[in-house]
Design a protein around this ligand. Structure first.
Ligand code: CA
Length: 234
């Protein structure tokens, strides 16, 4: 039986943006990060609406991946409808990465380029694929990881909640072990820090609050070009 022993969540505007368009929702056993986009304040609206869809939690019965997907589709519908009802919110969208801690497995639902990781035995395992232009080009062998880091269109995502009336959702389950630490984050963390740096910081700081604050500080120190959201769960 899995139990959430410790958790941290934090979100920071960063050093270059004026507003924070990321949203998070944290109530064990459910953890959600969303990174909104769109003009005016539309990005903030999209990410907030996305995480609000999770506030009621998952039903006791039912298969977690299916239930997570159902909530993601409901969030997508809501954002899509709002974007058509208000000219200011036309075209808004958001990423969404949700983790549910079940009895033995972690269930994940994911759209966009926020990420979920597992830190196990000092090693950082990425549990989600980015739905981004550069990731697709890398999968096709047309771009190296080094080129992707500096690609001018590196922030272009190929899947989001909002633009279409349905969305393709990646779901998976992952067998958790005693002592695993799960990280959910927006791309404001992973575009500023590479995975080795993230793993090293998590390894150096066993306390999750200290680790989360150190990750946000390091992303800001590296430039803080985007909003930074970090959720850590042991
Ligand atoms: Ca972002």
């Amino acid at each position: 039986m899995l139990r959430v022993a410790e958790q941290y969540s934090g979100s920071d505007t960063g050093r270059q943006r004026r507003a924070n368009e990321d949203s998070l929702w944290v109530r064990a056993p459910l953890f959600v990060v969303a990174d909104g986009m769109g003009g005016a304040q539309a990005g903030e609206v999209a990410s907030r609406v996305a995480v609000e869809a999770f506030q009621a939690g998952l039903p006791d019965r039912g298969e977690p991946e299916t239930e997570l997907e159902r909530l993601v589709q409901a969030a997508n519908t809501r954002i899509h409808e709002l974007s058509h009802a208000n000219a200011e919110q036309a075209g808004m969208g958001t990423t969404l990465t949700a983790v549910y801690v079940g009895e033995r497995d972690i269930a994940i639902a994911h759209v966009g380029d926020s990420r979920a990781y597992c830190l196990r035995d000092g090693e950082l395992l990425r549990l989600t694929d980015d739905h981004s232009l550069v990731d697709e080009l890398m999968r096709q062998g047309r771009l190296t990881p080094e080129e992707a880091v500096e690609h001018p269109q590196r922030s272009v995502i190929t899947r989001a909640l909002g633009p279409e009336h349905t969305v393709e959702v990646d779901t998976r389950s992952f067998r958790a072990r005693d002592g695993d630490v799960f990280l959910l984050c927006s791309d404001g963390l992973t575009t500023m820090l590479d995975e080795d740096a993230i793993a090293a910081l998590l390894h150096e700081q066993p306390d999750l609050r200290a680790a989360g604050e150190a990750l946000i500080a390091a992303a800001n120190h590296a430039g803080g070009r985007d909003n930074i959201t970090v959720v850590l769960v042991r």
